[in-house]
Design a protein around this ligand. Sequence first.
Ligand code: GDP
Length: 394
Amino acid sequence: MARAKKMIDKIQELMYKPEKIRNMGIVAHIDHGKTTLSDNLLAGAGMISEELAGRQLYLDFDEQEQERGITINAANVSMVHNYKGEEYLINLIDTPGHVDFGGDVTRAMRAVDGAIVVVDAVEGVMPQTETVLRQALRENVKPVLFVNKVDRLIKELELSPEEMQKRLIDVINEVNKLIKAMKPERYDEWRLDVTKGSVAFGSALYKWAVSVPAMKETGIGFKEVTEYIKEGKVNELSKKSPLHTVVLDMVVRHLPNPLQAQKDRIKVIWKGDIESEEGKAMIKCDPKGPVALMITKIIADPHAGEIAVGRLFSGTIKSGMELFVVDRKAKNRIQNVGLFMGPKRVDVPEIPAGNIVAVVGLKDAVAGSTCTNKEGFIPFESIKHVSEPVVTMA
Ligand code: GDP
């Protein structure tokens, strides 16, 4: 309990420091390892203790979910990560993996500022990799790359370190080609660069990863990885160059915080007047501005009922506050405001802009809703009017 209390205190402190927050998603072609990566980042960051991971937590999930991983049905999971002696709050928002959920993916992308693109080293870039990357770039979400299942290149394909490197460079080049084609105006800035560390390689399943900046500290490069794996010392490898450290270091270093991101993202994701009170507040990620909350998911909780989870772009949300869903007249009174500690929701008195919030009481909200306390607020998601054929009665 003491450990959990300390973690809540840490998260509550960090949520008031937007420069220490990263809101991100993980996107991938199916089976490339998104679920395995999410779960192992969370476990590695210590957000689920052995005890919780083993028993207590799993009581909340049905068997299928256990099999598919703990994060499968969470709308958001939060982690605290220490990077160079400083703590960061990392919010991982669930992005549906399947292309059929195109709308849901876009919605989730709107709530994040950065994304880890996961690519299976054996399969390489696949059609859904392209689709999800396109969705991210369209929403002005900055990508970093994690090349997963590198263990298979060594164990199954028996590639030499040089052959392995060549294959990995091919994957990077291919993703860069897509970024260049889809987002030419940001290519110089967003181009994946191994030497800068915006790419990491590893195995989500066996919990190790390497990157150029990490190599400088751990001394573990491709040659060492090959040796460890061939000698069957994968646990040692995972201790020396842990997945969560390498990947979350990359996230902190390369993905923007909400202050940086909202400055140039708002005009891409919101079609209202940037010079309006709410426009300016969102650009500044102002906790004193009007409430601008974009709901990404509604989750059913056996105790609290329906919980709306979303990204707060401006304002501060408190219990007792009255908000309304844009295009609905009725006001909804907020009963509870919560944040995530790992996949668990914890109630707190208030949450400021730049964070992911869980709100009880927004009866009218659905995934995609814009919630605010400002009359005339333009919603985030443009409502598509399907034109009906005109039927004339003769
Ligand atoms: P998702 O569909 O992208 O969420 O993929 P999953 O995380 O469910 O992974 C798909 C399959 O790949 C599962 O059987 C995982 O155990 C396996 N897998 C994930 N990561 C790795 C890895 O690093 N190495 C190997 N060999 N298998 C992996």
